[in-house]
Design a binder for this molecule. Sequence first.
Ligand SMILES: Nc1ncnc2c1ncn2[C@@H]1O[C@H](COP(=O)(O)OP(=O)(O)OP(=O)(O)O)[C@@H](O)[C@H]1O
Ligand SMILES: [Mg+2]
Length: 365
Amino acid sequence: MIRLAGIDIGNDSVKLVMGGGHEPIIIPSVVSPGYERHVLQEEDSPLKALDVMVYSPKLKKRNQRYFIGMLASEDQDNVELEETDNKATSDQSLIVALTALAYASIAGSAAQAQQPGQTRDEAEYVIGTGLPVRTYARYHQQFEERLVGEHEVTFLSTPKLKGRTVRLLIRKAIISIEGAAALFNMATHDNLQVRDEELYNGCIGVCEMGALTTDFPVIKRMSIDNQFSTGEQLGLASYLDAIIRDVEDQHGYRFASRTKLVQRIRKGAYTIQRPGEGKADIRSIVDNYFGRAAQKIVDLIRKRWKKYPDIECFYVLGGGAAALKPYIHEAAEGMRLRFVEDSELQNVYGYLKLARNKMNQAEVV
Ligand SMILES: Nc1ncnc2c1ncn2[C@@H]1O[C@H](COP(=O)(O)OP(=O)(O)OP(=O)(O)O)[C@@H](O)[C@H]1O
Ligand SMILES: [Mg+2]
């Protein structure tokens, strides 16, 4: 059985959806070196303790142990991605992506179907994924070659999956463009029929803000405009890093990772416990940097729209949109911008649809 999956290999988190409509799987793109850990109480879900050996001929270190996602986000030695990283060539991105694909293939119903004593599983995939506007032209082929082929992931101390090895066979990778795929998702139904005529036939601007890049594709009748589409090497991560620095300087409290900070911001839990008995409110630090980020985004959109007045409407998407929405509204001063629910998942749903679209066409040919 070949499975179809959409996978958004984000700098902040890898998001994965399987064809057939399950909940998306989201794994923070955080990795730390793995070791024999003392488990006092087992975590209640495998995603809380991804402890894996990853083998792939495409990795520089071919057979290494890693803690991934939530487990790594607590670790002092963890690594989050930086501006200089390129997801098309980054080993870290590939490691998290392969772990996500392996996990998806044995999580849920498939896991129960396993025979006693069986520890090896095989999963064959066709995947849809994507790259930022400015990376796409130069790197999409290389990215595809890295993904396609055979890889192997073994789960070590991960609850429920201990000792299981998944051989991944990626048959095909269909690479799309970040932001453009999101719009394709919004314009079509699951069966790929047109859902929104205005989006499908119009000239639409997109600002998709991720952790390290912000993409500005312009899409005309569902085709990407080569001349006006562009991207910036700027995302929410640099603002999160600045918040982490200021909180440490002012309050002596250090967040172990951006993921830990975002968890708090999402919950609106702005009060931190300082070493000792004091508490501190970090809201004003967050407001300051998010206000600046929003202003920057609004300025960039205004500039793009001026350059290309044919754009009928502008969508603000990505996790950055979710984080900054109230701040962007304030900074936009009357310029009408559109937001959607689950903005950070629009790309991955788009990748799945585009991959399905491509496979359908392939069957006809
Ligand atoms: N609801 C939210 N509130 C606050 N921050 C959020 C929210 N949703 C996402 N974020 C943050 O927004 C940033 C961008 O998230 P997103 O998932 O779009 O990044 P990514 O796709 O992994 O990165 P990139 O597109 O650069 O590869 C991340 O730092 C993420 O933690
Ligand atoms: Mg993204």
